[in-house]
Design a protein around this ligand. Structure first.
Ligand code: ASP
Length: 555
């Protein structure tokens, strides 16, 4: 039970409705009488003088309660607690010289309270709303409305707003129409499970929530809209990760009569105007491009972080005639030898170098060999077993320079890549190679169309089943499906996949061939995607598009 005097009763009368915002007051308001409404962010009691930082959506201003100016306001200030909602009538004045606070926008002024009133009190908060607080995440989520009162959270929400606003403006200026597509619908597959919603009117039947608006946007192209976009909510029932939520938003785009270059060019314009509008950063276009194959070879991933220059290489050739037993036996057993160059890695101490081996082992490696290049000499605990050609091969393949280190793993290729991928990031962080303020954008292109799903003995599409193979792949796709290339592209910023898209199949026979390759029966594809197949027969234009993950972009 909260006990309060008469002056503390909850009320909101018009005479105390604000006429100014706390966070917008400045020197030009000095001498004005203002009414402010807001939350008590903090209170400092200096005996005769009490200071309250009053916060509203625009920011904070200091309010001074002086008993000689208003005994009423001063008495009330004595009873205020954090996050009470109050109204203050007061006089804006310059702060006395030396007591300005440059860390807040309104720091040159303060408001001398003449009258104050509690609009609504607050219980003691479950946690302090400090910017640097390390409050338990569960507690923050339970009281999300309080957590969102923190400036850092507000900044993120504001940034997200600026990003969507910039996206709307930019796409509108390029002639795109925003069109909403249904949420209660049939399955739209993107490789995840559907969320299902039972139908009340047709008992036993379900709607699927869309994994993306993919099919709708393609049908809109058949309708002749030519340039569609939507800030679309998508639903995918899959395992959670820091950058993957069951329900998320994407900037979804589709265009007609286009090829890869058109979609890539449009997306570059969109991303750069978002960065310009939201952060004032000019991006250099065109963005760098790398093929899927090179990304996998050089970075062991199809979403490389190019902020730092540490590259991987396959060293099977270098060691094809080696006398070093470990490598010779690996190569005989069809394992591969993968290396990673570490810029500036020779600064690691010997014991640190050994600790990287322990980390690799923790991740499942049988062992990890390290090398350092200093004054042209490559040294390592195993260097005496390697020929000078082999050492030169390591230096050249990993593009090593004096002062660099290298890690080498022999084993199953995918596992080695996964481990080196982690070590690359960890070593770069440890050596301070990651410029946190820079943005390195790269297109990954030239993807395979399919991958082989060994456990289910069938092919999966790498993107989705509506992605077009390249024209030259179509000729041999039945004989050698894994060699087929896709007309697909992904955009990656600082190692995070921001989006992806493709040129689509716009002919029914090709789409049916694709379903067949994926092992989807005629019955199944007719019932699930019959409407798309039919639409493709009524003058479907060539088309393609992309979707950008909105929250990944904001992150
Ligand atoms: N529908 C795809 C996705 O959601 C994007 C696209 O191909 O346009 O990832």
């Amino acid at each position: 039970m909260m006990v309060m005097g008469d002056s503390m009763k909850s009320s909101f009368s018009f005479d105390l409705k604000r006429d100014h915002m706390c966070g917008l007051l400045g020197e030009s308001d000095v001498g004005e009488e203002v009414v402010l409404n807001g939350w008590v962010a903090s209170r400092r009691d200096h005996g005769s003088l009490i200071f309250v930082d009053l916060r509203d959506a625009e920011g904070i201003v200091q309010v001074a309660f002086d008993p000689s100016s208003s005994p009423q306001a001063h008495a009330l200030a004595g009873e205020l607690k954090s996050e009470y909602v109050i109204a203050v009538k007061g006089l804006v004045r310059k702060r006395p010289a030396g007591s300005e606070n440059p860390s807040i926008k309104t720091g040159a002024v303060e408001v001398l309270a003449l009258f104050a009133k509690v609009i609504n009190p607050s219980e003691t908060l479950p946690f302090e709303l400090k910017e640097d607080s390390s409050v338990d995440e569960k507690l923050r989520l339970k009281y999300r409305y309080l957590d969102l009162r923190r400036q850092a959270m507000r900044n993120s929400i504001e940034l997200r707003h600026r990003v969507t606003h910039a996206a709307h403006e930019c796409l509108d200026s390029m002639g795109f129409l925003e069109i909403e597509t249904p949420q209660l619908t049939k399955s739209t597959p993107e490789g995840a499970r559907d969320f299902l919603v039972p139908s009340r009117l047709q008992p036993g039947r379900f709607f699927a929530l869309p994994q993306s608006p993919q099919l709708f946007k393609q049908v809109l192209m058949v309708s002749g809209f030519e340039r569609y976009y939507q800030i679309a909510r998508c639903f995918r029932d899959e395992d959670l990760r820091a950058d993957r939520q069951p329900e998320f938003t994407q900037i979804d785009i589709e265009m007609s009569f286009v090829d890869e270059e058109d979609v890539i060019g449009t997306t570059e314009r969109l991303i750069s105007s978002i960065f310009q509008a939201a952060l004032g950063i000019s991006m250099e276009t065109p963005f760098q491009r790398i093929s899927y194959q090179e990304a996998m070879e050089r970075y062991g991933t199809d979403r490389p972080d190019l902020r730092y220059e540490c590259v991987m290489a396959t060293l099977d050739e270098v060691f094809s005639k080696t006398e070093f037993r470990v490598f010779a036996e690996s190569l005989k057993s069809k394992a591969s030898i993968r290396g990673l160059g570490i810029k500036g890695g020779s600064s690691f101490s010997r014991s640190e170098l050994d600790s990287w081996e322990r980390r690799a082992k923790d991740m499942g490696a049988r062992g990890l060999l390290w090398f350092v290049l200093e004054k042209g000499t490559l040294s390592s605990p195993v260097s005496k077993f390697l020929s000078s050609e082999e050492k030169k091969g390591i230096i050249d393949s990993l593009r090593l320079e004096d002062g660099d280190a290298a890690f080498i793993l022999a084993g199953e290729r995918q596992q080695s890549d996964d481990i080196l991928f982690q070590l690359r990031r960890q070593a770069a962080e440890r050596l301070g190679l990651v410029d946190e303020k820079s943005f390195k954008v790269v297109w990954v292109v030239d993807f395979p169309l399919l991958s082989y799903n060994a456990s289910e003995e069938r092919y999966d599409s790498l993107h989705h089943p509506f992605t077009s193979p390249t024209p030259s792949s179509l000729a041999f796709i039945d004989q050698d499906p894994l060699k087929a290339r896709a007309r697909a592209y992904d955009v990656v910023i600082n190692g995070i996949e921001i989006g992806g898209g493709s040129i689509r199949i716009h002919q029914r026979d090709v789409q049916e061939k694709m379903f067949n390759l994926l092992g989807i029966s005629r019955e199944e594809y007719k019932s699930k995607f019959g409407f798309l197949l039919e639409a493709l027969e009524y003058g479907a234009p060539p088309h393609g598009g992309i979707a950008l993950g909105l929250d990944r972009l904001v992150m």
